[in-house]
Design a protein around this ligand. Structure first.
Ligand SMILES: Cc1cc2nc3c(=O)[nH]c(=O)nc-3n(C[C@H](O)[C@H](O)[C@H](O)COP(=O)(O)O)c2cc1C
Length: 304
């Protein structure tokens, strides 16, 4: 028997596998493919204070070993989430995290305060790192002072587990992680997408309406892994690692680099069952390497 349970401070996950925001809808879209209760947690779509249409089309493009997106946080707003979506998904026997996004601090605070009232939501993931929203998002996560101020204000109203999602579009991600930790974040998740761009040489047009967008998928994995390792060496709070995880081997690499849990994003579009396959694959790895507790693998990378 192997023990896959991990604790992100007060938040207990039956295994370290979660799904990433924006790639798993509200979970309902995946009910026909997997048993959601087999996952450690799901992070639902980016939720904002008010309804957002998102960016104009085209807002997705394929790139070598990855994809670009500029969805722009399309969602119906937090009231709709609380009144309509939450009652439909609250029975899931797993941790449901709401990804809270915003363009001004007041929006983050009001949204977080409303989610705080929902019994079956044990945590939020504060998205201070969305690269596809003109007025903000990433702007908060690319500067220590503004990252600190949004975490500080949300911490005042949000009483449960506060996970802060970090942007890779910075010079030193560990400085931002330290700022979030100092203001009371319970954990950090990284990485959000890397700012990228694609052009069609024939038409001479960019492939995205917004010209630039967020790059995700296997092409970002080495960058994400490096950042998880850097942050692991800089903070004491638990880390949730993501970026290009396609299988259990990738997930194990993030855990060895210092992640206590992982999220699967783009891979859900390729195989809707990938998340539960990763749970199984981690179990097999542990049996093969005679590791009893998953926690023994966290940060257990060896020296060269
Ligand atoms: C289509 C799409 C939508 C996304 N929407 C969100 C979002 O609403 N909030 C957020 O924090 N991250 C969002 N992300 C970023 C992912 O959650 C994840 O951080 C990123 O894609 C890297 O992981 P991956 O390479 O496994 O996809 C989105 C990514 C994609 C591809």
């Amino acid at each position: 028997m192997v023990n896959l349970e991990v604790k992100l401070k007060d938040l207990i996950l039956k295994n370290p596998v979660m799904t990433a925001s924006g790639t798993f809808g509200y979970g309902e879209e995946f009910e026909d493919f997997i048993d959601i209760s087999q996952l450690g947690g799901i992070v639902v779509k980016g939720t904002t204070r008010h309804h957002r249409e998102g960016n104009p089309y085209p807002r997705m493009a394929e790139t070598p070993s990855g994809m670009l997106n500029a969805v722009g946080l399309q969602n119906k707003g937090v009231e709709y989430f609380c009144n309509t979506i939450y009652p439909r998904i609250k029975h899931y026997n797993t941790n449901i995290l709401v990804n809270v996004s915003g363009s001004v601090i007041e929006d983050y605070v009001e949204t977080a305060a409303m989610i705080n009232e929902l019994d079956k939501i044990p945590a939020i993931e504060l998205n201070i790192s969305c690269p596809n929203v003109k007025e903000g998002g990433m702007a908060f996560g690319t500067n220590c002072a503004s990252a600190a101020s949004v975490v500080r204000e949300v911490r005042k109203v949000y009483k449960k587990h506060l996970m802060v999602k970090l942007s890779p579009n910075v010079t030193d991600i560990s400085e931002i992680a330290k700022a979030a930790e100092a203001e009371g974040a319970d954990s950090v998740s990284l990485i959000n997408t890397l700012l990228g761009m694609a052009i069609d040489a024939e038409t001479r047009k960019p492939l995205l309406s917004t010209v630039t967008g967020g790059l995700s998928g296997p092409c970002v994995k080495p960058v994400a892994l490096r950042m998880v390792w850097q942050v692991f060496n800089a903070v004491k709070i638990p880390i949730v690692g993501l970026g290009g995880i396609m299988n259990a081997k990738d997930a194990i690499e993030f855990i060895l680099a210092g992640a206590s849990a992982i999220q699967i994003g783009t891979a859900n579009f390729i195989d809707p069952q990938v998340s539960v396959k990763v749970v199984e694959g981690i179990k097999e790895y542990m049996i093969r390497h005679q590791v009893e507790n998953l926690t023994d693998l966290i940060g257990a990378i060896k020296e060269q």
